[in-house]
Design a binder for this molecule. Structure first.
Ligand code: G3H
Ligand code: ZN
Length: 291
């Protein structure tokens, strides 16, 4: 069922687990996330980037996600969120379309400008009952990148994160704490920063760049108060590697459904594994959780 993100995140805060926010790119990845949520009895946040909106169109995305949530995932809650919105206009389009949460990512601007733009988004979003995620300290890398080590992974200044949260009154906060977008060998989670941010801001913390991060570190970060974990690259990899393999093994196949069907299952498996790691399984019904 489609719900407001606050219902999912509020329950995760009380239960001390994290909810996965999964980047989708097409119908197959939406179905894969929904199937994993049903199988796990888990909540899920389905998130789209501006790139995914350009590819599918805002109305098709909104309708596909709400229809799949209602019909495929009737027993578990699914929320729709904009990931890394870069401008007021991009965010406003999603608020109008019915998203319950939007991310305004002005982290590449000087702090004062980031605060000013984020505040303007919070003002309009509040009046429409939409949650806003803000970001301090840009997160390095790129969605879908898988390549060795990043030369340097910068982290946010805790004092700036605290000032940002106090002045903007965002509902959730993302900050650079050692992870990167993509899969890199030297990704880390600075627990000291996370603990301090969490103690001083209290609001739900969103961990970006969840793909490729050591599982034990993810578990520890949840203990320190991470409530939402973004997963993008692992979904891209599950989809594209499966599609390439299926095409290579079936060069004469002409039915798109036969080529694409295995990608749905591959996304489901990747998402299900993350849900188990995040502790969100069995929170809505028992699900079919492997032990
Ligand atoms: O905003 C999306 C995420 O932060 C995804 O990061 O591609 O490393 O999973 P990832
Ligand atoms: Zn991100």
């Amino acid at each position: 069922m489609l719900v407001h993100i606050k219902e999912i995140v509020g329950k995760a805060q009380k239960g001390h687990y994290a909810v996965g926010a999964f980047n989708i790119h097409n119908l197959e990845s939406v179905l894969g996330v929904a199937q994993a949520a049903v199988r796990a009895g888990s909540p899920a946040i389905i998130q789209v980037s501006e790139g995914a909106i350009k590819y599918m169109g805002i109305k098709p995305i909104t309708h596909i996600v709400s229809t799949v949530a209602k019909n495929v995932a009737a027993g578990v809650p699914i929320a729709l969120h904009l990931d890394h919105g870069n401008s007021f206009d991009a965010v406003f389009e999603c608020i109008k379309a019915g998203f319950s949460s939007v991310h305004i990512d002005a982290s590449s601007l000087p702090l004062d400008e980031n605060i000013a733009l984020t505040k303007s988004v919070v003002e309009i979003a509040r009046s429409k009952n939409v949650w806003v995620q803000g970001e301090v300290g840009a997160i390095m890398g790129g969605h879908g990148q898988v390549s060795g080590r990043l030369e340097h992974i910068p982290v946010a200044k805790v004092s700036e994160v605290i000032r940002f949260v106090e002045e903007t009154r965002v509902d959730t906060i993302a900050a650079a704490v050692g992870t990167a977008h993509g899969v890199f060998d030297n990704e880390d989670i600075r627990m000291d920063l996370l603990k301090e941010i969490k103690q001083k801001t209290k609001i739900p913390f969103v961990l970006h760049g969840g793909s490729g991060v050591d599982a034990q570190k993810i578990k520890e970060s949840i203990k320190h108060g991470v409530n939402i974990i973004n997963i993008g690259t692992e979904i891209k990899l599950a989809f594209s590697e499966t599609l390439k393999k299926t095409c290579a093994e079936n060069p004469n196949e002409t039915d798109p459904r036969n080529l694409l069907r295995p990608t749905i299952k591959a996304v489901e498996e990747a998402v299900y594994a993350q849900m188990r790691l995040f502790g969100s399984c069995g929170r809505y019904g028992e699900g079919d959780v492997e032990t």
